[in-house]
Structures are given as C-alpha cells and as structure tokens.
Design a protein around this ligand. Structure first.
Ligand code: FAD
Length: 531
C-alpha cells in the first residue's frame, strides 16, 4: 500500500485553467498538486492536434491577461493562432513560471471522496494512488471528454480510424488517400478545409449543417501593435463584454428598431471583419425570431454564392435551428472546398450510416471505400469530465445529483460537495464566451474565496440549497428567454444518447455574470455556508 500524500489543494487538469490556478495558489503559499491525464500541459491544445486546428477567437483576446510582462513579451503570428502555436504558448507559460514541478502527468483521477470527519477530499488516481486535499479544483475542461458514437462494424474496418480530439502526436499522412470525415461541427470544418487539397478523395458525412462566418485570418501584427500599448484597459473591457471579448456591442442596436438598409450595412460590415462578432450585430438576435432569421438568411445566401453546385449548397445550408443556438463555426474556405472535384457530401439525414464495413462505410444503399476514416464527433460537453469521475460525499454521488441535469451555484460549486470548485462549470458563461476570460475570472474568484477562508481561520465552503436552486432557475429562465433551447445542441446535451436535455451554460453574458459573482463575494459569499 503506497503512502497517501496530503496537500492543501489538488487541481485536476493542466490546461489553461489548471495552470493558472497553480500559479495563483502557489504564489500565495498553498501546497498545490496538479494531476493531469495527459503527458504534458495544454489540455484542449495538447489533445486536439488535428489538421487545421486553431482558435476561433482572436489570440490577442484568447490568451492570459494576468501578467502584463507575459502579454508584452509574447507575439502571436496570426490573428487566429493555430494549435501548434497555442500549445507553444502554453508550454512557454509552464516554463516561465516553472509549473511542471507541481504537476503529475499521466495521472487520471478516477474518484473524489469527501471525508467529512477530516474535512478533506480523498483523491484516487487510476493507478490506485491516493492524495488528500482540503480543497479540490476541477479544471477538467468543458470539452475534454470526446463523444464516441458507436457504429456497427467499427471494429471490422481495416483502414485507419482517427478521432480529431485524440489526433496522433506524430501526425497522419493523408496525401493521396481516400478519406472520410464524419461530423461537420467546428473540428470537422477545420479538418475538412485543411485536408481537402491534399487527400486523394474526401467524403464528408454530415448530420447537421453548421452556420459559419469567415475568419479572414492574417498576420496578428497590426492588431498587436494597436492593442499592446494599452493591453490592461483592453482586457478590462473584455471582462465586462457580453462574450468576454470585443464585439463592438455599443454599436449594436435592436434589429426591430433598425431599418432595412442599415441592417444590410451592419451585416456586410461584420461579415467583412470576420469572426464570431457577426452574431452580435443586433442585441436581439438570440431573442427575436425575425432578427435571427435575417442573420441566418444572410449566411445562407453567402453559402449559395460560394458553392457552385446548387444541390450541394442546399445540403450545406442550415435550416433546422436558429443561428447562434449551436456553436458558430469560423471558417477559412470551408464551403469552397465542395467545389473541388475530389470532395463529396453525404447527408446522413437522407442516407443514414448503417454500418462500417471492412473497406469503408455503408450508408443508404451505398458502400464507399476508404483508407482513412476521421471522426469529428464532438464532446460530452460541460458535464462529461466531471461525471467521468466518481464524486461522492458519503452515500451521495454527483452522478445521481445531476441525473436530471447539472445543478450548481454560479457554476462554481454544487451543494452537498463541500470544498470542491469547478472552473467554467455548468451554469456559468463558459462555452458561450471567450474561455480565457471566463477561466481567469473563475480562478481569481476561487483564489479569493480560499484567501477569505484562510484569513478567518475557516476551512469549509459549500453553497446552500436555496442559493443553488435560485441560480439553476435563473440560468434556466434566462436560457428560456432566448432561442438557444430550440437547437438540439451540445449546449443542451443533445449529442449524447441518454443525456438529460437541459440548457447548461449561463447565457446572461460574461460582464453581467462577473457583476453577480463579484457581488456574491463582496457580500461575504452570499449563498454559501462557510465554516
Ligand atoms: P482543457 O483544456 O480541456 O483541460 C482540461 C484538462 O483536464 C485536460 O488536459 C484533461 O486531460 C484533464 N482532465 C480531465 N479530466 C481529468 C481527470 N479525471 N484526471 C486527470 N486529468 C483530467 N475556447 C475559446 O474560448 N476559443 C476558442 O477558439 C476555442 N477553440 C477550441 C477548439 C477546440 C478544438 C476545442 C476542443 C475547444 C476550444 N475551445 C475554445 C474551448 C477550450 O476547451 C477552452 O478554451 C480552454 O482550452 C479550456 O481550458 P481548460 O483548462 O478549462 O480545459
């Protein structure tokens, strides 16, 4: 039996969130241990190495803001950094702050058990090793557990099978090969765009088409030169913005109050700027069906312009859900790829995938042969990584508590599981925001809470039931005001068979959320029981 090691804090995950939590707590003198399943830092950007992987929020925003020296010394090469560059940045951060000495890699946490007498968490890894900690911070990621749909005959396929979310570190040679991609969400779009020119043939299996706005990627230098001299003020604006990054919100009026020519002008302007701010053109895009349809039609028309074959264009046009109600994609020539003679599209609504065969995929009446099949099938989002662990307090388990959907207070803690914090947990803005802004806010909030406890000789914190119920209701009510629940999205858990369909993120905006979170803290952690 190996000896159990005791820490002040165990942090699970060494992505952007876990690393920043380590930095903050270490500088305050806490004994912190980070446990990470992967073999190095990076989280999302360690695992998702598929061709074309890049962020869809500008790197001047999608980066740490906690240290001005770091901000000033780092130069992004592109407006939207690619996965290798983001990973390089994270590694640079790990080196710069000497983080690896407190991280155990290759360590998957399997269970967390609260010892009520000792008031500590017992953290058990897949290797059976245990640590105990007064506090646990789950920095386990919103999009870290791949969704792996099972098709009949998958094991029979004799070619190569890859998941975008677990792409081989040595890369994959696709040149000249017959390749299939299943899935047309963000990872699928990026992969398809990148590999289409090099593969021999590409067949895309699409269940639901995506709305995509052009990235207009390019050198980062012009924006960096503009922003760097006043980076702190720029970041402060991001923290108060609706999505956690700059989207010219002040300029956006209500669709219902804007006349036709101005609507078109605004959409043209945002389309030519590129990026996710397109959906922020009007304040009521997520509330007003007409506003939403106008934006959706605008994108549909652009797809028709880009794709030469009208039949293919119609298949690529999203119709079944409001724009913005599923994760928007940012593309760099995605739709144009379908003009290549080597690329074809299979709509699995019309031609369902029956099974994998030894040589390929049988869908509808057709069997197509492939050398490589790439699964771009997304993630068990938001709750996947938390519920993959057996989290329990006596006979109560998190899995049972969340059976009908997650229940949290502020997306930071859940009643019945003291001293367990979540970074970007369900019912916080998380995936609806620039995650860097949301991660930093949560890490700072948790750090401040731990300092509050320590300075008062306290060591236990837990939300009370009423506060949690209120927050869950508030989150649901705001969600229900919008068009978001009308899409069968991963925000709703709809991509995972058997998962309860509830709208999981807080859609009220990053700035509003910050004001609430700050207010709760200033009021002595209103809604939390401290002991
Ligand atoms: P992660 O980066 O997911 O890290 C969590 C870590 O926890 C992982 O390394 C995982 O191995 C580890 N872990 C989980 N469970 C356990 C366990 N039980 N035991 C041990 N270790 C565990 N967000 C944006 O804001 N903008 C973008 O442009 C953007 N692009 C994205 C592109 C892709 C392809 C994906 C998948 C996500 C993207 N995201 C984007 C979301 C992205 O996940 C976040 O921005 C951010 O990287 C999350 O950091 P994190 O540290 O919270 O989680």
């Amino acid at each position: 039996m190996t000896e159990r090691v005791d820490h002040d804090v165990v942090v699970i995950g060494a992505g952007f969130a876990g690393l920043y939590q380590l930095i903050r707590l270490r500088e305050l003198g806490y004994d912190v241990r980070v446990l990470e399943a992967g073999d190095d830092v990076g989280g999302t950007w360690y695992w998702n190495r598929y061709p074309g992987a890049r962020c869809d929020i500008e790197s001047i925003e999608y980066s740490y803001s906690f240290d001005e020296a770091l901000e000033q010394e780092w130069n992004w090469s592109e407006r939207y950094a690619s996965q290798p560059e983001i990973l390089e940045y994270i590694r640079h951060v790990a080196d710069r702050y000497d983080l690896r000495r407190d991280i155990e890699f290759g360590t998957t946490v399997e269970s967390l058990a609260w010892d009520d007498e000792a008031e500590r968490w017992i953290v058990t890894g897949a290797d059976g090793r245990q640590r105990s900690a007064r506090y646990v911070v789950a920095a386990t990621g919103c999009l870290s557990v791949p969704s792996r749909p099972e098709f009949d005959g998958m094991a029979d396929f004799s070619g190569e099978l890859y998941w975008t979310s677990r792409w081989p570190h040595d890369g994959v040679d696709l040149e000249g090969k017959r390749v299939a991609v299943i899935g047309t969400g963000s990872s699928g779009l990026q992969t398809i765009t990148e590999i289409a020119p090099v593969v021999g043939s590409l067949t895309v299996y699409q269940r639901t088409p995506s709305y995509a706005v052009p990235a207009h990627n390019g050198p980062a230098a012009p924006r960096l030169e503009q922003v760097k001299p006043a980076y702190p003020a720029f970041r402060e604006e991001s923290r108060l913005a609706r999505l956690g990054f700059h989207c010219d919100e002040e300029g956006a009026g209500y669709y219902a109050e804007t006349d036709g020519a101005d609507v078109t002008r605004e959409l043209d302007r945002r389309w030519s700027d590129g990026g996710l701010c397109f959906t922020q053109a009007f304040r009521d895009v997520l509330f007003d069906v007409k506003a939403n349809e106008t934006l959706a039609d605008y994108v549909r028309d652009r797809i028709r312009e880009k794709v030469r074959d009208p039949e293919t264009a119609e298949k690529l046009i999203p119709r079944s859900y409001p724009i913005g109600a599923k994760r928007m994609c940012v593309d760099t020539g995605y739709f144009e790829v379908y003009n290549l003679p080597t690329v074809s599209l299979v709509d699995i609504g019309q031609e369902p995938i029956h099974r994998f065969t030894e040589r390929g995929i049988r869908s509808g009446e057709t069997e197509r042969e492939f050398d490589v099949i790439i699964m771009a099938t997304g993630f068990d989002a938001m709750t996947g990584a938390l519920l993959a662990m057996d989290v329990r307090n006596g006979s109560r388990t998190l899995r049972e508590k969340w059976e009908a959907g997650p229940r949290t207070y502020l997306g930071l803690m859940t009643e019945g599981f003291p001293n367990l914090f979540m970074i970007t947990g369900p019912q916080s803005p998380s995936v609806l925001s620039n995650m860097m802004t949301s991660i930093e806010y949560h890490v700072d909030w948790v750090t401040r809470a731990l300092e509050h406890l320590r300075s008062r000789g306290l060591h236990r914190m837990e939300p009370d039931r009423a506060a949690e119920d209120n927050w869950v209701n508030t989150t649901n009510d705001i969600g229900d005001l919008t068009l978001m629940p009308r899409a069968a999205s991963w925000y709703m858990g709809a991509n995972i068979p058997g998962k309860q369909r509830v709208f999981m993120p807080f859609v009220g905006g990053v700035g509003t959320y910050k004001q609430i979170g700050d207010g709760v803290a200033v009021a002595g952690y209103h809604g939390f029981e401290l002991a």
